[in-house]
Write a protein that binds this ligand. Structure first.
Ligand SMILES: C[S@@+](CC[C@H](N)C(=O)[O-])C[C@H]1O[C@@H](n2cnc3c(N)ncnc32)[C@H](O)[C@@H]1O
Length: 261
């Protein structure tokens, strides 16, 4: 599926490895500055397969079940990272098409390698976390997945293209969360489902003020005319970062909302 699908509203600026379109090639991403970060994050997102870690699972399980609900025809994962949620969904939903975008070239490349190319990989960065010799072999070759590098604040898609738009742990990483929400809702089809997960862990005091407590996010969504039909606060999500089980622990709010039809 990595040609140019009909949901695109523009052509890419460049291509990476000849297969991954770049729509925001000048973007500066944290994950592209340090090469080990993508390997570490791959180990966190797929910790259940690589290390038998279950600390991230309560969140991913909820996200997967919200995405699968209603057998959507087209799903967009924004800020897909190494593609964990689509990894769980795409093999079970062969009638559905999945588009994955991330602002980081290296994350987009990693999602492509795992979901589409099926390239087994070593994750040497884990050696410095007390876990030597880690290799990821349970990769996929999904024909129903398309991956691109793009910015959540300027999505390269026609309005109303997707039945589900998903953003997991990304809203508090973007410069302008409100604009990201507007973009997500623009590309969502009437009657489609927005699925969000956020720990509200902003780096900016202004964003804390505008978006926290979580009821403010709910109010923005209601103000945009979407009906919030799933709201769960305090979902435990833990990023286990080394062999000793040291971790970053988050309390995540999970939200499902329906755009009016
Ligand atoms: C914490 S990771 C979450 C990855 C994935 N959604 C998951 O739950 O496993 C946040 C991701 O959002 C991406 N991201 C940050 N800002 C973005 C933006 N403006 N547009 C698209 N992706 C962005 C990052 O590059 C990173 O891959």
């Amino acid at each position: 599926m990595n040609g140019l699908p009909d949901f695109l509203n523009r052509t890419p600026h460049e291509w990476m490895d000849g297969v991954i379109p770049l729509f925001a090639p000048d973007a500066d991403s944290l994950y592209d500055r340090r090469s080990a970060t993508v390997d570490i994050y791959t180990g966190i997102a797929y910790g259940h397969l690589l290390f038998g870690e279950t600390a991230a699972e309560p969140l991913y399980t909820r996200m997967v079940s919200l995405v699968k609900d209603g057998q959507p025809r087209r799903v967009l994962d924004i800020g897909c990272g190494p593609g964990r949620i689509v990894y769980d969904c795409a093999p079970l939903m062969l009638e559905s098409e999945f588009a994955c975008v991330d602002i980081s070239r290296e994350m987009a490349r990693r999602a492509w390698e795992i979901l589409v190319q099926g390239r087994e990989m070593a994750l040497p960065a884990w050696e410095y976390r007390g876990r030597p010799g880690v290799a990821f072999s349970r990769v996929l070759r999904q024909k129903n997945v398309w991956v691109a590098q793009a910015d959540a604040l300027d999505l390269p898609f026609h309005a109303g293209s997707f039945d589900v738009v998903l953003g997991a742990l990304v809203l508090c990483r973007v410069r302008d969360p409100l604009r990201a929400l507007v973009e997500m809702l623009r590309v969502l089809a009437p009657g489609g489902r927005l699925v969000l997960a956020t720990p509200f862990a902003f780096n900016d005091s202004g964003l804390w003020e505008r978006f926290w407590p979580g009821v403010k996010l709910r109010d923005y969504l209601t103000g945009f005319g979407v009906e919030v039909d799933y709201w769960e606060e305090g979902v435990e999500y833990e990023e286990v970062i080394d062999a000793n089980g040291n971790s970053h622990r988050y309390r995540v709010t999970v939200c499902g909302a329906r755009k009016s039809g």
